[in-house]
Design a protein around this ligand. Sequence first.
Ligand code: PMP
Length: 347
Amino acid sequence: MISGRLLSLSPYKTETTPARIKLSSNELSIEFPEEVKKRIAQEVSKIPFNRYPDPSASLLKEAIAQRLGIDEKNILLGNGSDELIYYLSIAVGEFDRGIFYPVPTFSMYGISAQVIGRERVEVSLEEDFDIDLPNSLRAIEERSPALAYFAYPNNPTGNCFSEHKIRKIREKGLFIVIDEAYYNYSGKTFIEEALQREDTVVLRTLSKIGMAGLRVGFMVAKEEIIRELNKIRLPFNITYPSQVIARLMLTEFYDLIEEEIKKVIRERERLYREMSSMEGIRVYPSSANFILFKSLSMPASLLHKKLVEKGVLIRDFSYLVPQCLRVSIGKKEENDAFLEALYKCMI
Ligand code: PMP
């Protein structure tokens, strides 16, 4: 018998509609050169995949630690940061204490809580998408959650919450998870605090910097916390090819990725400017690799459909944020195609 907890659960939603231009999943739009692909093929062909991979993925962990300038002991790898969200929801606090997160936000916080039957303490963000501190503190006082998630920058709104508000919530005794999936586009981090404090961890991922298909996420925390969470990590959670390819990309080809990240940030500013001058939409500022905007002249679902008809796929987020859609920042040509399609939908 399937647990009643699952009956009210909706599966993780994503966009799978085929389209010429895909700007729906916040991936990095990058075509790696042939030279890179050949080098990868070379290394992948050496993998003895009849064997299990290194259970602790130590070579990949070493590459990540070096990039961050931290110790490997402070890193836990996950099959995407999604897996680490599950681990944290299972490991932090007792199940009779809830999980706090401001909404709208990334859906996995709520899904992971629901799966294990923990109370979801959701508090709506303010108009400008920052944390509503008085209401958050009230909810925490009344419902006493043990764990809090903050997507920083937040998905789908694109902003970084005020740091002092996050810290105020932590002062109430909650264990806080700062999900920095979009760190490379914001440059803002809580890593120093995660390395020093027992009540703060940071999540990062390779998904938004060109390696979504490899499914590699990681947590940065004090060694004691990593050691405890490692007890519930599924054995061999990072596949052999992912370990090999991610390490190669981080050690030999990271300059290519960095260059693309810079371009995305420039494109984000351009897109923001261009969209701000369009009638029929309201654009929200972003510190991530996507932009949220509101459709003012037609239902968001209709605008989404019209864009798909023009070959451009973005995400309709109106089920979470009224009338809003989210477009990922792609290559210049893709962004131009989006802008042109959007413009045509508006006239
Ligand atoms: N956190 C946030 C805020 C995200 O937006 C996403 C991806 N949509 C994730 C985590 C999950 O990333 P991963 O691919 O590493 O599982």
